[in-house]
Ligand binder design. Structure first.
Ligand code: AMP
Length: 393
């Protein structure tokens, strides 16, 4: 009866996990794809087994009902009935609040952020509304991607633009990937047997989307993403920080409007933009290994930017106890981790290349005597969402 159902809803997809909070085990997980589009696909994993159903998924509610049927009956059964689910946790893009129960008022607040996240919020709201029907009567909790960064001091979140834009439109740095940065912070403290309050951490979430956060005493004090998740590091397809005057210059030279330039910075830039090969780091590494110079340049720049932010955040915090690598690239690419840490001995960062020879494991990869610990911690946003949800029941 201690089980939490975690939902990450996209416009035509819905990722889910059922987590037993007694031992934090995943009872079942999967993805519903092509919801509302011909050729629906429902993936369901349980007990080390996997089923892929090719069935029409008319809408999010229909997809959820099918998942519930799988959870509660037949060979895929992992719980006896809906009574064995205590609450539902949702990944939501943005709020000025910490995780909270989704009342009508909270839902209206979430819907009010649609202009900031036109692609994500309608899907997340659809997911919440569908769960309200399928899981009627259960507590629903929203866990927000930016909330961890609400602790940033004003000097870190203010932009040097007219103050009235901050007052009128809330134009400031918000930061994202907060659930991931919070998870690795708590996990690292647990591994080291310390309280988060005792640690200065640079958390590197390096995936398709990438961000780095300075976590001082368990609190985010600065982060690379900004008003939107376009800012900071270059990413798979996102430019990260550029001279803001480029937007106008690109629009003029290419005869594009604002929206089109925005789309280019979001979808055609980053690793893809420089390499011309792919947004996927594995493909870019592959191309570099075959001698592609632009692929090599893209990776060199990515590594350089990560290094710069690590140095900046160590300075911002007046020191660093640990650097953590997480997400697709951070967890899996020993080459990029090694390159990032190379040449940082001056600040007490020394990697053990043998220990670094791993993928997707929770491990200390710092060399003996390294003043700064270096850890790989696979992120687990779903567990963090489930923990917040359980705490609010
Ligand atoms: P995520 O968004 O966290 O799922 O991360 C996806 C990114 O991780 C993609 O760019 C993948 O290419 C990258 N990735 C996964 N495995 C590896 C690997 N072994 N080496 C380099 N990049 C990887």
């Amino acid at each position: 009866m201690n089980n939490v159902f975690v939902v990450n809803a996209g416009s035509s997809s819905l990722k889910y996990q059922l987590i037993n909070m007694a031992d934090e085990s995943v009872l079942a997980s999967g993805n519903c794809e092509r919801i509302g589009i011909e050729g629906g696909i429902l993936t369901y994993k349980w007990n080390g087994e996997k089923k892929v159903l090719n069935e029409e998924l008319a809408n999010h509610k229909a997809a959820l009902d099918k998942v519930v049927a799988l959870l509660t009956s037949g060979e895929t059964k992992v719980i006896d009935s809906m009574d064995d689910i205590v609450a539902v946790g949702h990944r939501v893009a943005f709020s000025m609040s910490q995780s909270n129960e989704i009342t009508d008022e909270v839902l209206a607040g979430i819907e009010g952020t649609v202009s900031m996240f036109p692609l994500h919020i309608p899907a997340m709201v659809t997911g919440i509304k569908a769960c309200r029907e399928t899981f009627a009567g259960k507590v629903q909790v929203a866990v927000y991607d930016n909330s961890f960064h609400l602790s940033m001091p004003d000097k870190a979140y203010m932009y040097a633009i007219p103050y009235e834009y901050y007052e009128k439109y809330g134009m400031r740095r918000y930061g994202y990937h907060g659930t991931s940065h919070r998870y690795v912070t708590l996990r690292l403290a647990e591994i080291l047997g310390k309280k988060p309050e005792e640690l200065k951490i640079v958390s590197c979430h390096l995936g398709n989307g990438s961000s780095i956060t300075a976590v001082d005493g368990g609190k985010s004090v600065d982060t690379t993403m900004g008003y939107t998740p376009l800012a900071g590091l270059m990413m798979g397809t996102r430019s990260g920080d550029v001279d803001p005057a480029l937007i106008n210059a690109i629009a003029q030279k290419e005869n594009l409007n604002n929206e089109e330039v925005n789309a280019i910075l979001n979808k055609k830039s980053g690793l893809l933009g420089i390499s011309g090969v792919s947004s996927d780091a594995r493909d870019v590494v592959g191309a570099m290994n075959e001698g592609n110079e632009r692929a090599a340049l893209a990776l060199e720049k990515f590594i350089y930017e990560v290094k710069k932010f690590i140095g900046a955040y160590a300075t911002a915090m007046g020191g660093v106890d640990a650097i953590v690598f997480t997400a697709g690239i951070g967890e899996n690419s020993k080459e990029l981790r090694a390159e990032i840490c190379q040449g940082m001995e001056y600040m007490g960062v020394k990697m053990d290349m043998e220990k670094n020879n791993v993928r997707g494991q929770e491990v200390d990869v710092s060399a003996a005597g390294s003043k700064v610990k270096i850890f790989i911690i696979p992120t687990n946003e779903e567990l963090m969402i489930a923990m917040d949800t359980a705490a609010l029941c």
